[in-house]
Write a protein of this length. Structure first.
Lengths: 484, 93
């Protein structure tokens, strides 16, 4: 079994992402779309699949799908139709799903990922297509029975299919983050994996490095976060490599990710091999997508992250990593730009927003909107810092308090008693105390030419003044005192 | 169309067929498909596929909420229900 030469395998990964569109009503009926409503409170003859009921397309669904396509750099079809995908499942009352089979509304897109290949060029992932379809209902699996809620049945989804361009779990994660970032600028979906408005399945195979022919493809479902998508891919690459290396064969199958055991398991399937018998939906005719309409939608879009990133690099001379972070969320980018309008040092603002600000967001697990700080308030804080009324340490303390209270910087600094007052008596006293205390050690070291000792002594003086001092002002005073 | 295909299609459509029906249906369905296959003789290379006999383009509606069924009405005809849900045999055993 074991061969003398070990073959290296290369993973090939493609992702399918379902995005629930944020429309008021469902795709083909006028029932309200609402997460968490009482079971079956938003149903009608169309979404219950009652005989004789006819679907009518919600125009807003098409508008939002075009926005999605434009944000993924896709072509937009001139004319669309719908098809039926036939299968039986209790959460699909009609016995078919209305979808788009051979004519997706959006196609041939591309996403530039924030990762680079060995030559330093950014990695791209093509977006094969993004098509419209309706969602199924929700099943609650109990012992001995399954309960069905059809509130979600018929809500509009866009399914975004990537080309098999991704080569690792990290690249797949980067693709998902970039996709979500671009869509977040559009306000077309809640984009919450937790609430099911964003779902991702992965197609994974391996092939001998350099081979053209793709290996047997395994579809993995049931991941509930981007992190678990990456974990499932890592597991699956390892599993497939082991099977193939040991001379075994892989089966084309669907596997489910098990978040508790951190492994994938073959899904037991009662269904025969997928045979969906697609055919054109006879209840819906053609829809034309006028170019003027597309242009109108295009011009209504906010500046998208790729473009914004380039502008931030050019206009503000930011570090790439900082700029990438700032454009990662529309609100963050807008916060930064508001702040820069009030304060002429963009790199300093960027450092604060990418540093303390993002740290606070992560710590509290909230977005920009959740933080009670305005761009003007942040600039107020930076003005105090520039004027020497706060030092770097106390500024961070004041910042943290501002996030919670929503007060301005001066009010918080006063309340916390952090403002540096020009009390030269107190400063002189602290310097003398520190010099006496460390006469044998740091002071002697400094006199002996160890410059680093000064930093320590300045720190001690600032501490004695309870942080109400500016190290930059203390340092020369201290030097003068030591040298006499 | 052979009997194997008839069995497969019947299974996909959840149809229960008696053994005797399968051979008869295979014959009937073959006649139907042969009849339709006559169109294969026509040169339709320059004819656009008709996906719908009615040319009623852009029949869409605005995104406006209309009243749904009351909850009890929605599940009224269900063979089994539980607290407003449709209740079906277990999907996962
Ligand atoms: Zn409905």
């Amino acid at each position: 079994m074991a061969t003398a030469t070990t073959i290296k395998y290369e993973p090939v990964i493609g992702l399918e992402v379902h995005v629930q569109l944020k429309t008021k009503t469902k795709a083909f009926c006028s029932c309200k779309v609402e997460f968490g409503a009482p079971a079956n409170s938003h149903t009608c003859p169309v979404c219950l699949g009652l005989p004789g009921a006819l679907p009518v397309l919600n125009k807003e669904v098409v508008t939002l799908a075009i926005k999605v396509g434009l944000a993924l750099n896709c072509q937009i079809a001139h004319r669309i139709k719908f098809d039926r995908k036939n299968y039986f499942y209790p959460d699909l009352p009609k016995g078919y799903q209305i979808t788009q089979y051979d004519g997706p509304i959006c196609f041939d897109g591309i996403l530039e990922l924030p990762i680079h290949d060995a030559s330093g060029a950014p990695r791209n992932c093509r977006v094969t297509r993004a098509h419209l379809e309706e969602d199924a209902g929700k099943s609650i699996h109990l012992e001995g029975s399954t309960l069905i809620d059809l509130n979600r049945a018929g809500t509009a989804l866009v399914e975004i299919v990537s080309a098999p361009d991704l080569r690792s779990a990290e690249e797949a994660h980067a693709y998902l983050t970039t996709l979500k970032r671009n869509l977040s600028y559009l306000d077309v979906s809640e984009l919450s994996m937790e609430k099911g408005s964003l779902r991702c399945d992965a197609n994974i195979s391996i092939k001998p490095e350099g081979a053209i022919k793709l290996g047997t493809r395994v579809e993995v479902k049931n991941m509930n976060s981007f992190k678990s998508v990456a974990s499932a891919i890592r597991f699956e690459i390892e599993r497939q490599t082991k099977v193939v290396s040991a001379g075994g064969t892989l089966h084309q199958e669907t596997r489910l990710w098990d978040e508790d055991q951190l492994c994938t398991r073959a899904m037991r399937s009662k269904e025969e091999a997928n045979d969906y018998r697609y055919f054109p939906e006879p209840d819906l005719s053609w829809f034309n997508i006028d170019r003027k309409w597309v242009e109108q939608i295009q011009s209504s879009l906010p500046e998208l992250p790729e473009k914004r990133l380039l502008r931030f690099l050019d206009d503000y001379k930011l570090e790439r990593g900082e700029a990438e972070f700032l454009v990662s969320e529309r609100e963050l980018a807008e916060f930064f730009e508001h702040a820069v309008k009030l304060y002429q040092k963009p790199r300093k603002v960027a450092a604060w927003v990418a540093g303390e600000f993002s740290h606070a967001m992560q710590e509290r697990a909230i977005g920009v909107k959740g933080l009670k700080i305005t761009p003007a308030a942040l600039i107020g804080l930076m003005d105090l810092l520039d004027a020497g009324k706060l030092n770097n340490v106390t500024a961070k303390e004041v910042f943290a308090a501002m996030l919670d209270s929503g007060e301005d910087a001066l009010a918080v600094a006063r309340r916390l008693n952090k403002l540096i007052e020009q009390d030269s008596g107190a400063v002189d006293k602290a310097i003398i105390e520190v010099m006496l205390e460390f006469a044998d050690k740091a002071v002697a070291d400094y006199k002996a030419g160890k410059d680093v000792a000064l930093g320590f002594l300045v720190g001690q003086v600032v501490r004695k003044l309870k942080g109400k001092a500016n190290p930059k002002e203390i340092a020369p005073l201290l030097t003068k005192a030591i040298r006499g | 169309m052979d009997e194997h295909t008839v069995r497969h299609v019947a299974k996909l459509a959840r149809l229960e067929l008696a053994e005797g029906e399968i051979a008869r249906l295979a014959g009937d369905l073959s006649k139907i498909t042969h009849y339709i296959e006559q169109m294969g003789k026509l040169d339709v290379r320059h004819v656009e596929a008709t996906i719908h006999p009615v040319v009623d383009e852009n029949a869409w509606r605005p995104d406006e909420i209309h009243a749904s069924f009351p909850r009890d009405v929605a599940v009224k005809n269900a063979p089994d229900k539980d607290q407003g849900f449709f209740k079906v045999p277990p999907v996962i055993e």
